[in-house]
Design a protein around this ligand. Structure first.
Ligand code: ZN
Length: 139
């Protein structure tokens, strides 16, 4: 029996197990302080150039729309992301912590981000309905 099993395993081709890995960026278009010598757009363009040089598949940028209200020039980061052919998706409007927010408030915060996403991803084929929890807190 053991020899039969060993022979079976030895003759069975090993199939590569398909694995998928998603590379994403959170907190677009701005996160935390930055050096004064570079703009948010320059940082984003550097990332986008690297993604292109490395022949990466589409890389989602998860956005917090409130940053474009706080600093309207950061909208250029999101336009650059799209101009590079990279998709955008939802990371809530203002990055609340789900563990500190009611469900209804959290859902409203997700929905508040959708008009901006629709504007930035207008084609029917643009799939912006992906979501990433801030702080990875899923409640
Ligand atoms: Zn985040």
């Amino acid at each position: 029996m053991f020899k039969t099993l060993c022979l079976f395993l030895a003759l069975t081709p090993l199939h590569a197990v398909a694995q998928q890995l998603a590379i994403t960026f959170d907190d677009l278009p701005a996160h935390g302080p930055k050096p004064a010598s570079v703009s948010r757009l320059q940082i984003a363009q550097s990332i986008l150039d690297t993604l292109k040089q490395q022949h990466m598949p589409p890389v989602y940028g998860f956005i917090n729309g409130v940053r474009t209200e706080e600093a309207p020039e950061t909208l250029d980061v999101l336009h650059a992301w799209r101009a590079a052919g990279e998709p955008l998706a939802n990371h809530t409007w203002s990055h609340p912590n789900f563990n500190d927010t009611s469900s209804s408030q959290f859902i409203a915060n997700i929905e508040a981000n959708q008009p901006l996403l629709r504007t930035l991803m207008p084609a029917a084929s643009d799939d912006w309905r992906w979501f990433r929890y801030p702080y990875l807190n899923e409640g």
